[in-house]
Each structure stands twice: as structure tokens, then as C-alpha cells.
Design a protein around this ligand. Structure first.
Ligand code: C2O
Ligand code: CU
Length: 459
């Protein structure tokens, strides 16, 4: 469906030429600029026996196209909005200039239907990232808008194959239509919109084919509104090498289970040590009573060949400034509200159910709750004072998770999103080295839309 873009709408707001756009800095080696279109589409999600699903998509694909770059390259994307409502693109986890962050009303004007916006920034860090709208995201992501952004290392680890699984969760009716009850009070006040169909790269596969003896790098992206995954690779022994794109000392996850809250990513090394010709289920049992088989690893009958079992080198670190805890400014941020908690005073009228430091905040008016000194370490205790888990995401920075419930973490991993279980607290530390006003919010998109969001100023 072609749309003619009125010329005046190109770079329609004064925001667009902010600190982020340095058109002069494009290098000859940079990949070409590209266009990304948000469009409605029909997509065969559940597969045979079901009609295709009406979705919102990037470039007509579910998930959106994989955006592939190499570390240090410059991304240049013209976003065209062909949807019936305004949108933006947020490149989740990328340390980019504030004006390129895709937050409507805060870093840019909404991109209206029929308008465009130019995103352009360098990619300082290698790793597994993703992109999604930041306007009405509960509905826009829930209808299908998300995709992976992969920034390759200069020296990637030696593996036989690299796989990407974008995990999306859908609430469908019997005709495979998206149930349009977005923003209802029940979802918002409980665990968020947890659906009934999980797709891997846009379909519901029975199995994926593997070969005995292979070593895989598996990039996992949780692009779901609200579902948390706890993946068990039965008969296998995955090793985590990165969280949220950033290298971590290679380790086996607790109880062998890879836990991913909404927006979180993990890179695994998966050695295929099973028997040829056999099937091994991958089971998601984060919600124990709702455990299900995500898919099978289906081994070919080939004889064993590949890199499985060979020595594993850690990834080279990304160029992130190391926090200096002795000189940190300390803060505490408390997340409250929700069912079985203390809801804000005048709640349901405005649909505000959750709070940050006692205040519910609407998408459109996030005033900074904190000012951090540019260049200094911030040590922030995040307190989950509710009965529900919350994946808390900070924009523009990556932080070390230094403690949980008062105990130091084993890996002090870098993350951009930390999952706080019910009543849990965690300390995060980072150098506030990216100036601007940055969002801090729960990535259960229904919680974000109903108050669990805030902003932090770095200046
Ligand atoms: Cu993935 Cu504020 O977003
Ligand atoms: Cu939440």
C-alpha cells in the first residue's frame, strides 16, 4: 500500500536534528542506509489449518527483518510509518545519543501515519539487541512490531552455526486472530498480557534440525509483552556467554535454566552432545503449572562432527566504562502498586495502577525523578515492593547488577534490563556517561502503560 509522503513531513520535528544526527560522519565502509516500514500484513503464525493472522509488522515480516551490523558501524535507517496510528522505533539496549532513542514526547515527536523519521547513530557495542515501537507499545508490540538487531564482534567465537530465536507471545482466538483486548484492567493490574501462543521467529515450530557434534551460538530475544521464559534444554548443557548483548564470564545458568524476562536477551553456546536420530525437547517452565514444550531439537542421523566440546573462549568485552563504587552517588528507586499491593490514590480513572517512588507516571509526561552527574558512577538500589515480577529497563546505558537481596551477584553481569522477582531488590551500578533524559521502566508493557515508568536525567 503505497503512501505518498508529503515532503514537509520528512524529519517533521525540530527534535530530529538533535545531537544524534551527524550526517558528516558516515564512513565509506558503513553499510548502506535502509528503510524500515511499519505496515499491516497477514502472516501465517500458527500454520496449517489456521487462517493467516492480521498483524502489524516491520517490512511485512514477523518478526521484523534482522538488522545486521558489525561493531563500530553506523546504523542509518529511515523509518516510515504506514500504520493507522503514530509510532516510533526504540533500539533497545543500544548506547546511542538521546535524540535517537525513539521515546515519543521526550526525545522525538511521534511519527504520525504517513510520516518518516531518520535514525542514525554508531553502534559501539557488539551483541544481541532488538527494536520495537515506544508509543502505545503494549498494543503495537502485541500486534507484532519487533525485530532483532545483531552487532557482530570483530572476532566472533568459533561455532558451527549461529541461530537466532526471537520469542514472541500472542493472545489469539480460535481463528488465529489477535484478541484485541489491549490495555484491559485485568492484564494491567496482574502479570501483564500473557498470551496463549508462543512463536519462535514468527511461527510455532515442532522442531528445529540439528546435527550431532555441532556447536551452536544461540541468540535468544524475548520480544514478548509480558511472558517470562525459563528454558530447559533437556539433555543439554547450555553455557551463557552474554546477557543483553554484553559478554559475561561463560557459565552454566542456575539449575540449567535460562530465564528471560520481557526485553531480555541471552547468548548461549549449545553443544549438541545428544544422540543422532533422537529428539530432545526444550521446555519452558518459568510458570511451573503452565510448563510446555517450546520445540524439539531434532538430531539428524549424521555421524558426529563439529566443534562441540572444544575449549570455549570468553567474548571480548565491550567498551563500557567501569563503575567506581567507592565514589558512587547512591539512590533508591521503589516500584509499587498492582493487585495485592498499594495502588495509587486515584487509580483506575486514568488507568494508573503502578508507581515508581510512589508516583504513577503516564507515557507522555515522564519528569526526571533523579539527576545524575555526568561521568560519575551511580549505584542505584531497585526495590520491587509488589507481589509481581518486573523486568526493569534503563535506556541509554548498560549497568552491572552488583547485588540481589543484599548478596553480591556471582557474575556482576552487564545488563540493560534486570528482572526483579516479587519483593526482590537489586543494586545496579553504571557510569552515567550518556547525557540526556532517559527512560527507566518496567518492560511488562501493560505495567509500563499503567504507571511503572520514570525518567532519569544525566547532565
Ligand atoms: Cu525496550 Cu523503553 O524499551
Ligand atoms: Cu512490571
Amino acid at each position: 500500500m503505497p503512501v505518498n509522503f508529503p515532503r514537509r513531513m520528512f524529519l517533521s520535528s525540530g527534535f530530529a536534528l538533535g545531537a544524534g544526527a551527524f550526517p558528516g560522519l558516515v564512513r565509506a565502509s558503513d553499510p548502506p542506509a535502509r528503510v524500515l516500514r511499519a505496515v499491516t500484513a497477514r502472516h501465517s503464525l500458527v500454520g496449517e489449518g489456521y487462517p493467516p493472522t492480521e498483524v502489524w509488522s516491520y517490512d511485512g515480516k514477523i518478526p521484523g527483518p534482522v538488522l545486521n551490523y558489525r561493531q563500530g558501524e553506523r546504523l542509518r535507517i529511515t523509518f516510515e510509518n504506514h500504520l493507522p496510528e503514530a509510532s516510533t522505533v526504540h533500539f533497545h539496549g543500544i548506547r546511542l545519543p538521546n535524540a535517537m532513542d525513539g521515546v515519543p514526547h521526550l526525545t522525538q515527536a511521534p511519527v504520525e501515519p504517513g510520516a518518516k523519521f531518520q535514525y542514525e547513530f554508531d553502534l559501539p557495542d557488539a551483541g544481541t539487541y532488538w527494536y520495537h515501537p515506544h508509543l502505545g507499545s503494549a498494543e503495537q508490540v502485541g500486534r507484532g512490531l519487533s525485530g532483532a538487531l545483531i552487532v557482530q564482534e570483530h572476532a566472533p567465537p568459533a561455532v558451527d552455526r549461529e541461530l537466532l530465536w526471537v520469542l514472541s507471545d500472542w493472545r489469539l482466538d480460535r481463528e488465529a486472530r489477535i484478541v484485541p483486548n489491549f490495555g484491559n484492567f485485568m492484564d494491567a493490574s496482574h502479570a501483564g498480557r500473557i498470551g496463549n501462543t508462543v512463536s519462535v521467529n514468527g511461527s510455532v515450530p515442532e522442531s528445529i534440525d540439528v546435527n550431532p557434534g555441532e556447536r551452536l551460538r544461540l541468540r535468544l530475544v524475548n520480544a514478548s509483552n509480558a511472558r517470562i521464559y525459563g528454558l530447559n534444554f533437556q539433555g543439554h548443557d547450555p553455557v551463557v556467554i552474554a546477557y543483553d548483548g554484553h559478554p559475561v564470564a561463560p557459565h552454566r545458568p542456575e539449575r540449567g535454566r535460562v530465564v528471560l524476562g520481557p526485553a531480555m536477551r541471552a547468548d548461549l553456546i549449545l553443544d549438541l552432545a545428544g544422540q543422532s536420530g533422537r529428539n530432545y525437547p526444550v521446555v519452558d517452565d518459568y510458570y511451573p503449572r503452565l510448563a510446555y514444550r517450546l520445540l524439539d531439537l531434532r538430531y539428524s542421523k549424521n555421524t558426529r562432527a563439529g566443534r562441540a566440546g572444544s575449549a570455549l573462549q570468553p567474548l571480548a568485552p565491550n567498551p563500557v566504562a567501569e563503575p567506581v563504587l567507592e565514589r558512587a552517588e547512591r539512590h533508591q528507586i521503589v516500584f509499587g502498586g498492582g493487585m495485592m499491593g498499594s495502588m495509587p490514590r486515584q487509580p483506575a480513572a486514568r488507568g494508573m495502577i503502578w508507581t515508581v517512588n510512589g508516583q504513577p507516571v503516564h507515557e507522555h509526561d515522564a519528569k526526571p525523578i533523579l539527576s545524575l552527574e555526568l561521568g560519575r558512577t551511580a549505584l542505584i538500589e531497585l526495590v520491587n515492593d509488589t507481589m509481581w515480577p518486573h523486568p526493569i529497563h534503563l535506556h541509554g546505558h548498560v549497568f552491572r547488577v552488583v547485588s540481589r537481596d543484599g548478596s553480591p551477584t556471582a557474575h556482576r553481569e552487564w545488563r540493560d534490563t534486570v528482572l526483579l522477582e516479587a519483593r526482590q531488590r537489586a543494586e545496579i551500578a553504571f557510569v552515567a556517561d550518556n547525557p540526556g533524559v532517559w527512560m527507566l521502566h518496567c518492560h511488562v508493557l501493560e505495567h509500563q502503560a499503567s504507571g511503572m515508568m520514570a525518567a532519569i536525567r544525566v547532565a
